[in-house]
Design a binder for this molecule. Structure first.
Ligand SMILES: C[S@@+](CC[C@H](N)C(=O)[O-])C[C@H]1O[C@@H](n2cnc3c(N)ncnc32)[C@H](O)[C@@H]1O
Length: 253
């Protein structure tokens, strides 16, 4: 099996993972965003007044200390790109922590879900744009690829669980920031979307999920969805396009 999703806190469950080729994580967002989300859901419920199921976030928001502890633990163990999906509050915090860890950090890339609604409570008004902070090692090997799309414009998966990212978004990140055969790590794996995206694109995935209920659902979902999709398809990727472009420029110079 090309994926391994462990149940529990990454600090203990992934202690034996010495090195990974890339880290792609969608860790909890800031407390401000969590509060805004719960307030928005409560208001929606009141407006509808028909006992709609509340979709509350069941895990705590993260602070600067959480982000810094995570980067300190994982940056030295990650041989390649470090990619994190986050909110507007924590994006600069991730960027600063990754710089301090010695990485080259790029301007954050937006993930825009077309058609998502503006939120007028909590931390709103805001549209549902997430920020993707990407950082590479300061070595020559990583200078010519990654970080090419100006933005990821990808619809949210309708009906997906709260916090779950669209598989199309995670597949795009996997293709842009990893190579076939790489070991991709997501220590805050939720329902396992990153791991599925990795396996579907010929990579391997390892991760952990804190909440046992989410972990159990993720195992069942991964069983159905984490299979290599088409081993003979050459996926179009930003790194591949970048290398082609550079080669083209060298030839025409
Ligand atoms: C935004 S969700 C990830 C969603 C995921 N990308 C998906 O598509 O399903 C963040 C997840 O991190 C988990 N988490 C938070 N702290 C953790 C920890 N210390 N160890 C492992 N998982 C943790 C939460 O339980 C939550 O499911």
């Amino acid at each position: 099996m090309d994926w391994d999703l462990r149940c529990g806190d990454w600090r203990f469950q992934l202690a034996d993972v010495e090195h990974v080729d890339a880290l792609i994580v969608d860790a909890p967002y800031s407390k401000k965003t969590h509060t805004g989300h719960d307030a928005a859901m409560a208001r929606l419920e009141r407006l509808r007044n028909r006992g709609t199921e509340r979709r509350e976030i069941v895990y705590d928001g993260w602070s600067e200390l959480d982000v810094r502890a995570f980067v300190k633990a994982w940056s030295p163990r990650c041989l390649g790109w470090f990619v994190t999906v986050t909110d507007h509050v924590l994006a600069p915090v991730w960027a600063a922590a990754l710089e301090d860890a010695g990485r080259y950090v790029f301007a954050p890339l937006p993930w825009v879900a077309p058609g998502s609604r503006v939120r007028l409570v909590g931390d709103g008004p805001s549209c549902w744009t997430c920020w993707i902070v990407v950082a590479r090692p300061r070595t020559r090997e990583f200078t010519n690829w990654g970080t090419l799309p100006g933005a990821y414009v990808i619809n949210a998966d309708r009906g997906s669980h709260i916090g779950g990212k669209p598989i199309a978004l995670m597949e795009a990140l996997v293709r842009d920031y990893t190579r076939p055969g790489d070991l991709v790590c997501d220590p805050c794996a939720g329902y396992g979307t990153t791991l599925a995206a990795a396996v579907r694109n010929g990579r391997r995935g390892v991760g952990a999920e804190l909440d046992p209920e989410t972990h159990a659902k993720a195992l069942a979902w991964l069983d159905r969805n984490a299979r290599a999709v088409d081993m003979f398809t050459t996926h179009d990727s930003a790194p591949a396009r970048a290398v082609e472009q550079l080669q083209l420029e060298e030839v025409t110079r």
